[in-house]
Design a binder for this molecule. Structure first.
Ligand code: GLN
Length: 438
């Protein structure tokens, strides 16, 4: 409490504004790190309780029983409650070796070519820590998963954006029709370019990059000596018989590629935060040095359960069945857009679909909260849909740099990693959008 003459009640010092006493690092002023993140704005907690949550990409169902049982067993043992080796638990590294060797067409060394991380995010962060020098440029294709941006800038990297060009035309569009202009990609390269972030299957577009596209990216990487960070966390969710091609398997690419994976996506366990990096020792060893000092090691019991998941998934036919179920979920959700006659992207992979909301309208005086004002039009559209239609989604301009907001703000991203009943209910509600379409 301060007195009339400005000294505090204890008589020592003048009263002062203490809210900024300790200045925080200027790092936080970059990469939109201080802006409220889209996941918090569109968090279920901020929306009506009965709003159907197709926003943030997590499941409304649990991991399979047999994997949960493995987690329980791990919690009931002694060793699995304690630190793991920073490289990851041997059981999980062995399981990953067995799973990825046929995928990558090479043998893998569990000591130097596989690294378990605290989710794919932390794995990627470790790669940025390990490889970026101040001012190194990192190419990301827009739309990009929002987390890449601050992860790059926190480590001195400079993001360079290359757009995926959206399909033109109406109605249902294939995610394949989001395309790279390879001349544009070449023009984005400078002597400071260090890395390309690739994401296939792609969040939020659902594009599964073709072999031909990957070959062109690979040629550029070879020519300019670039590291490829290949975020393949949705690699087990590829639909319509499409083939997921791993860029690490293209000629010459193993040595410059780190492949990123995630137990969260594989086993409907996004909160477990178990991910991994796979690549040559020249990439994995520096990433290990970084991850050891960031988290030391990843959580042990859930690594053990993830190992059991990977060990048994094939024999149980789990991944094939799961993929089939996601494809059905996709078809249920997109039937809503078909019957509304709206333009949308039909994904070949992952669990998101982009709806073109450019012809959605709302009353001019609609009471939007400050969190969505001053952002792209899509923030208001998604808010309006959540409040009036009762289905939440994610505004896609968040996946674009500021200069390209006008591209992203045409889309809302709907997640279909939800049970069939929930999706059917959402489809019914979404029909009410008709009255708001111009
Ligand atoms: N990958 C998930 C999504 O895109 C979750 C992202 C997050 O919560 N940071 O929805």
């Amino acid at each position: 409490m301060s007195t009339a003459n400005g000294t505090s009640a204890n008589g020592n010092r003048p009263a002062q504004d203490r809210s900024n006493l300790i200045p925080f690092s200027s790092r936080l002023k970059e990469g939109r790190a201080l802006a409220q993140d889209v996941w918090s704005i569109f968090n279920a907690a901020n929306l009506p309780a009965d709003c159907i949550n197709l926003g943030q990409g997590y499941m409304n169902f649990a991991p399979p029983e047999w994997i949960k049982t493995a987690a329980e067993e791990a919690l009931n043992s002694v060793a699995t409650n304690h630190y793991s080796h920073p490289k990851g638990r041997m059981r999980l590294r062995e399981a990953l070796k067995a799973h990825y060797e046929p995928e990558l067409g090479r043998s893998l060394d569990v000591e130097s070519e596989i690294l378990v991380t605290s989710g794919a995010n932390e794995g990627q962060y470790s790669v940025f820590v390990a490889f970026l020098e101040q001012g190194d440029e990192v190419i990301m294709f827009e739309p990009f998963f929002d987390q890449y941006l601050p992860s790059v800038t926190f480590n001195g990297g400079v993001p360079v954006y290359v757009p995926l060009h959206p399909p033109i035309g109406a109605g249902k569009q294939s995610a394949h029709e989001w395309t790279i202009d390879f001349d544009e990609l070449r023009r984005a390269l400078t002597p400071r370019t260090k890395m390309i972030i690739l994401n296939t299957p792609h969040n939020p577009v659902g594009k599964v990059f073709t072999r031909h596209e990957l070959e062109q990216i690979a040629a550029i990487a070879e020519e300019h000596n670039l590291l490829i960070m290949s975020d393949e966390v949705y690699d087990t969710l590829v639909f319509d018989g499409e083939q997921h091609v791993r860029i690490a398997t293209l000629p010459g690419m193993w040595d410059r590629t780190v492949t990123v994976g995630s137990a969260g996506k594989m086993f409907a366990a996004t909160g477990w935060r178990v991910g991994w990096l796979i690549g040559p020792p020249s990439i994995i060893q520096p990433a290990l040095a970084a991850t050891t000092r960031i988290v030391f090691c990843s959580n042990s019991p859930l690594q053990e359960a993830s190992a059991v998941g990977i060990e048994q998934a094939k024999n149980r036919g789990f991944l094939t069945q799961q993929c089939k179920e996601y494809q059905e979920r996709r078809d249920i959700l997109t039937s809503a857009f078909d019957s509304l006659g709206m333009k949308y992207t039909n994904p070949q992979g992952a669990y998101f679909t982009l709806l073109d909301i450019s012809n959605l309208t709302w009353p001019e005086d609609y009471p939007f909260p400050p969190t969505v004002l001053g952002r792209g039009r899509d923030f208001r559209a998604c808010w309006f849909i959540a409040m009036e239609i009762g289905v939440s989604s994610i505004p896609v301009s968040e996946f674009y740099c500021e200069e390209h907001t006008s591209i992203g703000e045409s889309y809302a991203r709907f997640a279909f990693c939800k049970d069939v009943d929930t999706l059917k209910h959402a489809v019914e509600r979404l029909q009410n959008m008709k009255q708001y379409l111009a």
